[in-house]
Design a protein around this ligand. Structure first.
Ligand code: NAG
Length: 274
């Protein structure tokens, strides 16, 4: 089955990629020519703004940023704890998550200069440069993230996020900040909404069947939203996903992976929520 038939939001972005991708369109509109360097600059500004909030003069709307505490649908959200090493929530292959500080390259300061980090051999550089390439591929950049510097990070967003136990408000807030960052540069409301829908369709449902993201990667599980309040994908492959365990605080001595025990498992979700 084609991804675009599976996921309505993607059909929208796919249609714009077929004529002119959002990356190519806005690189030209904002920087005058659609070069690899300009595409990369667009991605640096988009991702950095989504992460730390608007920092360039002339922002058309305020962007609080993914690292700022916020609310989504009336729920408090604090995504910083997954980035600063507070929680043992990163997957490095073990049975439990590990604590990693992804702000070890100068934090917000280099991001405000359109850079990834003040270092190259640090977690912050690794994360940010992979986000640039990943979003470049999703937004259809003709060169950056595609033929030059293609995304080469972990494949399968479920594996990357599985020890975070992210819920609907957390994923919704993340996607909302990406949309706000886009419109703050002049991306139209309808184009930003199409990106938001595509991100929601790919990552915002629990139990989504394996698929290729970016399209040149092998198929893998992509659900980032895994808690029971995440809408269930249709079709769904819940059996391919593991139980959802709240991450424990960094340095906690418990041998058990979770702090508060099981947040949910797909079996629990299916008996209570669907
Ligand atoms: C962010 O954008 C808002 C709205 O344009 C503006 O009022 C605010 O000063 C901006 N913040 C920064 C740090 O530029």
């Amino acid at each position: 089955m084609k991804l675009s038939t599976l996921i309505p939001g993607l059909a929208l972005v796919g249609a714009s990629i077929a004529t002119q991708s959002l990356c190519n369109k806005y690189t030209t509109a904002l920087f005058g020519s659609n070069t690899e360097a300009h595409q990369q600059l667009l991605l640096h500004k988009l991702v950095n703004t989504a992460v730390i909030g608007n920092y360039s003069a002339g922002a058309l709307n305020a962007v609080p940023g993914i690292l700022a505490p916020g609310t989504y649908n009336g729920e408090n959200v604090n995504l910083l704890q997954y980035f600063d090493g507070e929680l043992a929530s990163s997957n490095r292959g073990g049975k439990c998550g590990v604590a990693i500080n992804f702000l070890d390259g100068g934090g917000a300061a280099p991001l405000m200069n359109d850079k990834a980090a003040n270092c190259r051999n640090c977690n912050q550089f690794f994360l940010l440069t992979h986000l640039y390439k990943f979003f470049a591929a999703l937004l259809g950049c003709s060169v950056f993230g595609n033929t030059v510097k293609p995304y080469d990070g972990f494949n399968g967003m479920y594996q990357v996020h599985k020890f975070m136990a992210l819920d609907a408000a957390e994923v919704g807030y993340f996607i909302q900040q990406v949309g706000l960052a886009a419109t703050s540069f002049g991306v139209s409301q309808s184009d930003a909404a199409a990106v938001g829908q595509a991100l929601m369709a790919l990552f915002g449902y629990r139990c989504a069947p394996a698929t290729s993201v970016p399209s040149f990667e092998p198929a893998a599980l992509q659900s980032i939203c895994t808690a029971c309040d995440c809408p269930k994908a249709s079709p769904a492959d819940c059996g391919d996903y593991g139980p959802v365990i709240e991450p424990k605080p960094a340095g906690s001595s418990s041998s058990w992976c979770g702090s508060k025990g099981w947040k949910s498992s797909w079996k629990w979700c299916s008996s209570h929520h669907s």
